[in-house]
Ligand binder design. Structure first.
Ligand SMILES: NC(=O)c1ccc[n+]([C@@H]2O[C@H](COP(=O)([O-])OP(=O)(O)OC[C@H]3O[C@@H](n4cnc5c(N)ncnc54)[C@H](O)[C@@H]3O)[C@@H](O)[C@H]2O)c1
Length: 427
């Protein structure tokens, strides 16, 4: 039988701690929430009040539930308040010196069977455990940001963590409505070990002026289906926290991928910490606000179409997944499309795939029957590149082989009218 907790503690009420306190209180636990001084406690309390206020506004809880939730949290500015907690989660900044201080103090204040957990993203849980007299009851409990929303928690077991402690914490995660994954003590665990190389790379891309912050974020949201772009995510995580995580991972693994892009440290030193300070890669309405406001890097107005040449007829070459999708999108967008394939059989395959897709779109109510018919009417098929002669734009989506694409472009150059644009879908 897993241990049933009734009182838990949270140390550090910043980006993560305030959310973790809310998650505990939501599931009926009494929570002792501690930060360094009254101002920090007030910020933490305000964070929980705002977050639960938003939940009420969205109909996710009623006002009475909110009152009860807030009533279960006791705020304090001294760790001595943790004396009765059966489990404490530490969520102070990602620095070993701070965390070891907190762990030694908790070890002194809390009962011997109290489980001490850290929300660290990258520091060694084992190294933290040995500053206490109870290393077997020290564990990692890594929540994700924002804690009330994200489903995952990583449970980090060191080589000395008692199996019962792991079971107790896994059961607690389930009670909180979270899905847990249990992993060994290696910097970054699962999610951050995979995520942070990518975030770091996105920052370098931005710093090298390869693309704007808006375009980098749009590429990953709209091209890869992620809910948030990497630079917006850096701001959500906190630039200082991200720096400490990358730095620890780099020191531990020596993988260049994790060597923090220099601009991250510069931003940290300049106090551009992301949402929490109101300015990071983006600017926000106020400290802690998720609302992005315009700043000197915000692109001016929408110039789409200004001076652009008119495109009426588009050619698409190829019969694979991409070509089929592109033909459909362009035809649905109101352009005439000539599809060029190598042979009748492939042309039929393209035609049938688009008909099926349009049929589904009608069934799902995404387009009307009239839209379907007019889209089909705008499409024509050919097996000869010569039929692209009057296109304003030709998009090739043939096999990913440079020599094939080069030969095709050379051919098209002789066929298309002057001023026509040739585009490639190469990855
Ligand atoms: N930010 C994220 O997205 C994220 C996600 C998962 C885990 N984490 C981890 O959570 C921990 C906290 O990160 P954060 O982003 O919430 O940091 P933060 O800077 O937003 O908040 C830290 C809080 O700890 C308080 N604090 C500092 N020293 C303290 C002490 N001695 N006693 C009590 N409170 C103290 C600060 O006043 C502040 O309120 C870090 O270990 C971080 O790696 C962060």
């Amino acid at each position: 039988m897993a241990r049933e907790f009734s009182t838990v503690g949270v140390v550090g009420l910043g980006t993560m701690g305030a959310g973790i306190a809310e998650v505990f209180a939501r599931s009926g636990l009494a929570v002792v929430a501690v930060d360094v001084d009254s101002a920090a406690v007030a910020r933490g309390r305000a964070h929980v009040e705002e977050s639960t206020g938003r939940a009420v506004a969205r109909g996710r809880m009623d006002e009475a539930e909110r009152e009860n939730l807030l009533g279960r949290i006791t705020f304090a500015d001294s760790l001595e308040a943790m004396a009765d907690a059966e489990l404490v989660v530490e969520a102070v900044p990602e620095r070993m010196d701070l965390k070891t201080q907190v762990f030694s103090a908790l070890d002194r204040i809390c009962a011997p069977d109290t489980i001490l957990a850290t929300n660290t993203s990258s520091l060694s849980v084992t190294q933290l455990s040995v500053v206490t007299g109870r290393p077997s009851r020290v564990i990692g409990l890594h929540f994700f940001n924002p804690a009330p929303v994200m489903k995952l928690v990583e449970v980090i077991r060191t080589v000395v963590t008692e199996p019962e402690v792991v079971t107790d914490v896994e059961a607690l995660a389930a009670r909180l409505g979270k899905v847990d994954v249990t992993v060994g003590d290696k910097a970054g665990f699962i999610a951050n070990a995979l995520l942070f190389g990518y975030l770091n790379h996105a920052v370098s891309m931005f710093d090298q002026h390869y693309a704007t912050r808006e375009d980098i974020d749009a590429a990953m949201k709209l091209g890869c289906g992620l809910p948030m772009g990497p630079l917006a995510l850096m701001d959500l995580i906190g630039i200082d926290t991200a720096y400490e995580i990358l730095d620890t991972m780099y020191r531990q693994g020596r993988d260049r991928l994790h060597a923090p892009a220099p601009i991250i440290r510069q931003m940290m030193l300049a106090g551009r910490l992301g949402r929490k300070s109101g300015r990071g890669f983006y600017s926000y309405e106020s400290e802690g606000s998720p609302v992005v406001v315009s700043d000197d890097l915000t692109p001016a107005g929408d110039h789409l179409g200004d001076g652009a040449r008119a495109v009426r007829r588009v050619g698409v070459i190829g019969s694979g997944t991409m070509a089929i999708g592109i033909i459909e999108v362009i035809a649905r967008g109101g352009y005439d499309v000539v599809s060029v394939t190598r042979g009748r059989e492939k042309a039929d395959k393209v035609d049938q795939a688009i008909r099926r897709s349009l049929e589904k779109a009608v069934q799902r109510g995404k387009i009307s029957e009239e839209d379907r018919q007019s889209t089909l009417a705008r499409m024509s098929a050919s097996t000869s590149l010569d039929d692209l002669a009057d296109c304003d734009l030709v998009v090739e989506a043939v096999v990913e082989e440079l020599s094939v694409k080069q030969a095709l472009f050379a051919n098209l150059d002789d066929i298309v009218k002057p001023g026509a644009v040739l585009a490639t879908t190469t990855s």
